[in-house]
Design a binder for this molecule. Structure first.
Ligand code: GLA
Ligand code: ZN
Length: 714
């Protein structure tokens, strides 16, 4: 059950306000930056399809002057590339690419299936999506077509194939972006009859027999036993909630439908354009589509990053708690860590970076001086190897007239023009070694799509949702000075010293085994409430909770309590000097079998009973946090556990300063970023060389407001 992008981000933003600051950490992994034909990807998103061709030469000259290496084009140009069905016209695009190439600007081509031309929806009206209210969407916007619809898939593949045939050997074209931001709209799910048929096929494939499906979903409940796959509905309005197994599988199917839609174009591009890289763009921390599946076969992850837009969403909140710099510092950093983790630490690209005021109907103010540079460096500091700014000029027509670019509406330089030009110049100077170096994490936060999809079906508490809890845990763990990966259930956990899993609601045997092995081999695993309550078919486990991991955690759950008026306290006796904490939305009362008690409840029907426990299992530790702890207490608990898991801080930094380290070939680079407007002093633990000025640095250094320093540490 998805919500709109704006609601999603603003929901997470509120949670963050409360958490205290992060002081980051280490990084390292080996991936050499072998010489590649692809230039450093420092560019802009450019729209020759929306620009009079009389300006193309001037644009190319100005962009070359500006220092960019590439442009992304054509992802919304279907109507120009195929004016009528089967009639293709790429002459305009070829001319534009030739001009760009003459100015040594490489091109990333976008396939246009995110927005079909009017002739297509006029001739094939059935390609539009049907929303959760069983209402068809209408042409006129974008991202309104059904991912299962075979006609739409055929037409999307046809235009992409024509593009590939035309540009496969165009030396100016270095890569492809398939479609644009899959599922990122106010209607990320389709409930049409094509999806119903696709869902039934997908279920037949997954379960093999109706008997297994009926068993795994528990369809005897409310007399829903299916005797033919064609009877299975999509989860639209019905007198009563859908079967949880069906609803969870439908989220999985919709993610699969979009990924397989993308992979149809990917397979074709791999065959026709072996010399060119292939990716797609999306944003981190949204759960409309399983991005691990989305990027699994692509060359690298490409994300879009608009911190100012997010800042605006933060400040739109009725009573935004805490400060937006902290929210940006943490939320945006987490998005980057997610992007990097999707392909096991491989450097990612920012395909769209904010370059001015951002928004559609309502928009954010011009970012303050220094912000655009700071936000760009934050992405690079977390593992980005390339950044394209959105967009070169500012559209004077269409739904995004107020999403400002590097040139103003009158094509004069925008307020951020010089700052971005300077940033590109600096990143070029940093060079491939730094931009393609690795960022290693000693800790991981588990982000699980199944739990994120299963929880909204039965949250247990109206205010309980998955992402805000994940953001809270990430935001509170980071001050323990460790690089953080966003891991997936079932992934190899051995690289980490500590793995934390907020709201691990759905647990499969395979996932439980990975966690058991990790702890047994010496890792520290920290689980939040609702651990393993559901199996992978969204049935409640028939054993005492936490189900599959009872042995590892050394406890059972005596009671799970959604909290409304009751506000229990938590005595953190196992965390020396920690003041008592409070509970938010939920409290689980634990019954230790082998585990020791680290905290107990106070002023609660279960006062005096265990709230947090720690179990020794094999060579490792497993900690169960039963209460929905207040952010400050959660921060104390997670940082203490991270430290006892051997996570070491490279050095302390003041509030508002973010620090990361990237490494390659024995070299280490420290990124220091000041997210506050006033200058900050940082005491270096070890001397280094300022890569931007070449000056040696040691002892105390000054970071100006929104200032950035990149130091070579060895
Ligand atoms: C997204 C889309 C772009 C554009 C920008 C600005 O990230 O990919 O097409 O809409 O945002 O809104
Ligand atoms: Zn559909």
């Amino acid at each position: 059950m998805a919500i709109s992008r704006r609601d999603f981000l603003s929901g997470a933003a509120v949670t963050l306000g409360a958490v205290s600051l992060r002081t980051p950490m280490w990084a390292l992994a080996a991936q050499n930056a072998a010489a590649s034909p692809v230039p450093l990807l420092l560019g802009v998103d450019y729209y020759p399809d929306q620009t009079p061709d009389s300006l193309w030469e001037e644009d190319a000259r100005m962009m070359a002057d500006f220092g960019i290496t590439n442009v992304r084009v054509a992802e919304f140009a279907w109507a120009l590339m195929e004016p009528s069905e089967g009639k293709f016209d790429f002459a305009w695009l070829q001319r534009s690419i030739e001009i760009l190439q003459r100015h040594k600007i490489a091109v990333i081509l976008g396939t246009p299936s995110a927005a079909p031309p009017p002739w297509l929806t006029a001739k094939y009206p059935e390609v539009v999506m049907v929303n959760a209210q069983d209402l068809p969407l209408h042409p006129g916007g974008r991202r309104f077509t059904c991912p299962s619809n075979k006609t739409y898939r055929r037409l999307s593949l046809a235009v992409a194939t024509q593009m590939a045939q035309t540009f496969a050997d165009a030396s100016g074209v270095i890569g492809w972006q398939i479609d644009n931001e899959f599922t990122l709209s106010d209607t990320p799910r389709c409930f049409c009859n094509f999806c119903r048929a696709g869902f039934q096929d997908w279920l037949r494939e997954k379960y093999g027999s109706l008997e297994k499906l009926n068993q795994d979903w528990g369809t005897v409940f409310w007399s829903q036993k299916y005797t033919d796959f064609s009877q299975i509905p999509v989860p639209l309005l019905s007198g009563g909630d859908p079967n949880p197994g069906l609803a969870l599988d439908y989220d999985r199917y919709q993610s699969y439908a979009n990924v397989s839609f993308m992979e149809e174009q990917l397979t074709m591009l791999r065959q026709k354009c072996p010399r060119q890289f292939i990716t797609t763009n999306n944003v981190g921390l949204v759960d409309y589509i399983n991005e691990r599946d989305l990027y699994a076969k692509l060359d690298f992850v490409a994300f879009d990053n608009y911190p100012g837009f997010f800042k605006m969403l933060m400040e739109e909140q009725p009573n935004p708690e805490g400060s937006s710099w902290n929210a940006i510092l943490t939320m945006v950093a987490m998005g980057h860590d997610f992007g990097r983790s999707l392909k096991a630490g491989k450097p990612f690209m920012i395909m769209e970076e904010q370059s001015g005021k951002a928004g559609q109907r309502t928009f954010s103010p011009q970012p303050e001086k220094g912000h655009l540079r700071l936000w760009t460096y934050q992405a690079v500091a977390h593992g980005a190897m390339g950044v394209n700014y959105f967009r070169w000029d500012t559209a004077t027509f269409g739904a995004e007239e107020y999403w400002h670019g590097i040139l103003n509406h009158d094509r004069s330089p925008s307020p951020g023009f010089e700052e971005i030009r300077q940033t590109i110049k600096e990143l070029k100077a940093l060079g491939r070694d730094v931009l393609e170096s690795q960022y290693v994490a000693e800790a991981a936060v588990v982000f699980d799509y199944d739990s994120s999809w299963a929880l909204p079906i039965q949250p247990g508490h109206p205010k309980l949702s998955y992402l805000p809890q994940v953001v809270k845990w990430y935001g509170t763990l980071s001050p323990s000075q460790t690089g953080i990966d966003i891991s997936v259930p079932g992934a190899d956990l051995s690289p980490y010293k500590i793995v934390v899993a907020p709201l691990p609601y759905v647990m499969s045997d395979a996932q439980a085994q990975k966690i058991r092995d990790f702890v047994h081999n010496g890792g520290t695993f920290v689980a939040g409430f609702r651990l393993g309550a559901k199996n992978e078919f969204s049935q409640i486990v028939r054993t005492p909770l936490p189900g599959l991991l009872r042995d590892v955690m050394g406890v059972t759950v005596e009671d799970y309590v959604p909290l409304y008026s009751e506000k229990p306290g938590v005595k953190l006796s196992g965390f020396s000097g920690a003041p008592d904490g409070t509970c938010g939305l939920w409290a689980e009362v634990l019954k230790p079998s082998t585990a020791q008690v680290l905290a107990t409840y106070t002023n609660f029907q279960h006062a005096g009973k265990p709230a947090i426990t720690r179990n020794s299992f094999g060579k490792g530790k497993a900690i169960y946090i039963g209460p929905d702890l207040d952010p400050m207490s959660l921060a104390r608990v997670l940082r203490t556990l991270a430290a006892s898991a051997g996570v070491q801080a490279p050095m302390e930094v003041p509030l508002g300063v973010e620090m990361t380290i990237r490494q390659a070939g024995g070299k280490r680079w420290m990124f220091l970023m000041n997210h506050k407007s006033d200058a900050q002093t940082v005491k270096l633990a070890t001397p280094g060389t300022d890569l931007l000025t070449g000056k040696a640095r040691s002892g105390e250094i000054e970071l100006s407001g929104y200032g950035v320093q990149v130091l070579q540490m060895s």
